[in-house]
Design a protein around this ligand. Structure first.
Ligand code: SAM
Length: 270
């Protein structure tokens, strides 16, 4: 049975989270008509979403039964039906599935939720979810943080250099140089530590950068800060065909990076 989210108090709720709330309400035994009246979603849409959620849960069971044991090398045939494939920089839902299956959290906070991939997977796992994004009015660097702490923070910031998500000055994708970007990452990391329960995990999904011939191993910088104990480093193989089309091969030869990192940190259990 899906529970109601416990803390969106300080984080504006995204349209997806409103929908998830309506679905949880219906799953808790209320009629679709009641859910329609309370949340404003047509009952036919709610019914469709409930059917889709059942199909996703079947996919999760299939994935967990058929995949080999979780190792440091992650590879998925596709991203699955969670979040939105058309959202720039969206991540694979299977990555979040594997993370939740491994850590077995009761609650998760995603401060840069984008299309809401982690939120969708949490719904299917019955994990309490709180998410925000600068595009829904939550700025990890300056907004008040949720009043409660979470078992897991799943953090998938914009990569640098990369797609510009918004013109907000604190949008990580607005960083003018690597120094500014790393400063923002460091500040965001520190704030997220406060959002974790003792013994909680911060799972940071990140790629390295390259600009004007120079390679920036961003994941190593983060590890070297030693802000939390490093639990594991997983490497996710990229979607080669889809990503390769975005590489611009100029006069300088370089080796395209086709992998990302999932850095799993743990907060002291004190
Ligand atoms: C790589 S995307 C996350 C994609 C997401 N995991 C998904 O599957 O759709 C990074 C997100 O960070 C958001 N963002 C950038 N700076 C932010 C900030 N200071 N606070 C909160 N969100 C921010 C962007 O709007 C963008 O949606």
């Amino acid at each position: 049975m899906n529970s109601m989210p416990t803390d969106q108090a300080k984080v504006n709720r995204s349209p997806q989270e409103n929908l998830r709330q309506a679905l949880r309400f219906a799953e808790a035994g209320h009629s679709l008509m009641e859910a329609e009246t309370l949340f404003g979603f047509p009952r036919n849409d709610l019914e469709q979403h409930l059917i889709q959620a059942k199909a996703r849960q079947a996919l999760i069971r299939q994935h967990l039964q058929s995949r080999p044991r979780l190792t440091s090398l992650l590879r998925y045939p596709d991203r699955g039906p969670w979040g939105a494939s058309r959202y720039f920089g969206n991540c694979s839902g299977y990555l979040v599935v594997d993370l939740l299956d491994y850590l077995k959290p009761r609650s998760l906070f995603d401060p840069m939720e984008g299309s809401g991939t982690a939120g969708d997977v949490c719904f299917d796992f019955d994990v309490e979810y709180c998410g925000g994004d600068i595009q829904h009015g939550f700025d990890l660097l300056s907004s008040p943080l949720p009043e409660r702490q979470f078992d897991v923070a799943f953090w998938h910031p914009p990569y640098w250099p990369g797609h510009r998500y918004s013109t907000h000055p604190n949008d990580f994708s607005s960083a003018k140089n690597i120094k500014q970007y790393l400063l923002a990452l460091h500040a965001g990391f520190t704030r997220l530590m406060d959002c974790l329960v003792p013994g909680g995990h911060l799972a940071l999904f990140i790629g390295d950068g390259r600009k004007q011939g120079t390679f920036y191993p961003i994941h190593t910088d983060i590890i070297q800060w030693q802000l939390l104990r490093l639990d594991a480093v997983l490497v996710k193989e990229g979607d080669h065909q889809r990503r390769a089309q975005f590489f611009r091969y100029g006069p300088t030869p370089f080796i395209p990076t086709l992998h990302e990192y999932l850095l799993i940190f743990q907060k002291e259990n004190t």
